[in-house]
Design a binder for this molecule. Structure first.
Ligand code: NAD
Length: 259
């Protein structure tokens, strides 16, 4: 018996990194999973590497577009008959700058990638979960969804917005068998970190290695977590064992954030 036997999950941005690790953990626990990314080729490669047969399906789409977010949720229902779990995972931020120098385009891009994508997928998933009176929604925030940091406000603001949406939605659907929580990881060395870490470090006046060391030293455990550390928390939140947890912003940051 797996903790997610018979469940259907949809994960935005699941071809690599935290989303991929969570997809693999969900499959291990008995779920059927849809993963997403922009590239059909990378999606096919991910499916081949995961080697989970019909239990994993890929849907191409750009989460910065509402129609793609809605098609991802609907495509999950079309493929597997329902949606029990949504993990709105994709996101990130580029073009970092101090607030006084930030462009509208940079802020808008970050909000589309993180906040709007989370809203669009959540709203679409609730359209199925409310009638079935069950569901688990996990949103992807960050330690930067809880604390401010100089130079990366486009990311900080978007991840805070996700936490606000998550807490309000949880209050709305708490009596309907649906939980809504965010996960708030600290720094993890994934592909996005390798791409976005250096400019973020520069905006903060640090080298990339200095940035990673700063993240480790800010934590209680003095090291960075791995993608699997987030995936296992998502399994808990998605399972029956997580029924009593909602409206929470679960830190997976080794004791970095103050709450
Ligand atoms: P990653 O780059 O390893 O993986 C990102 C996944 O999202 C990939 O599958 C990619 O193809 C997909 N993706 C990216 N942009 C997309 C788009 N526009 N449309 C559809 N798919 C898209 O990144 P990761 O580190 O696993 O990050 C996943 C989430 O975790 C992000 O929201 C990120 O902000 C958050 N996060 C990461 C860290 C970290 O340190 N890595 C810490 C806290 C929060």
């Amino acid at each position: 018996m797996g903790a997610l036997d018979g469940r259907v999950a949809c994960i935005s941005g699941g071809t690599r990194g935290i989303g991929r690790a969570t997809a693999e953990a969900f499959v291990r626990e008995g779920a059927q999973v849809v993963i997403n990314g922009r590239s059909a080729d990378k999606g096919a490669a991910a499916l081949a590497e995961m080697d989970a047969g019909d239990n994993v399906h890929f849907i191409a789409g750009d989460v910065k577009k509402r129609e793609d977010c809605e098609a991802l949720v609907q495509g999950t229902v079309d493929k597997f008959g329902k949606i029990d779990i949504l993990f709105a995972n994709a996101g990130g931020a580029s073009n970092h700058a101090p607030v006084a120098e930030l462009t509208d385009d940079a802020m808008q891009d970050s909000l589309l990638w993180n906040y709007w994508h989370t809203f669009w997928t959540m709203r679409a998933a609730l359209g199925h979960m409310i009638p079935q009176e069950s569901g688990r929604i996990i949103t992807m925030s960050s330690v930067e969804g809880k604390v401010g940091k100089p130079g990366i406000s486009i990311y900080v603001a978007a991840k805070h917005a996700i936490n606000g949406l998550t807490k309000s939605a949880a209050q709305e659907v708490g009596t309907m068998g649906i939980t809504v929580n965010s996960v708030c990881p600290g720094a993890i060395e994934t592909d996005i970190m390798a791409v976005e870490g250096p400019p973020a470090a520069e905006a903060m006046g640090l080298t990339y290695d200095g940035l990673l060391d700063m993240f480790a030293q800010e934590s209680a455990i003095k090291r960075l977590n791995e993608v699997e550390d987030v995936a296992e928390v998502c399994v808990l939140l998605a399972s029956d064992a997580g029924a009593g947890i909602t409206g929470s912003m679960i830190s997976i940051d080794g004791g970095t954030s103050p709450y």
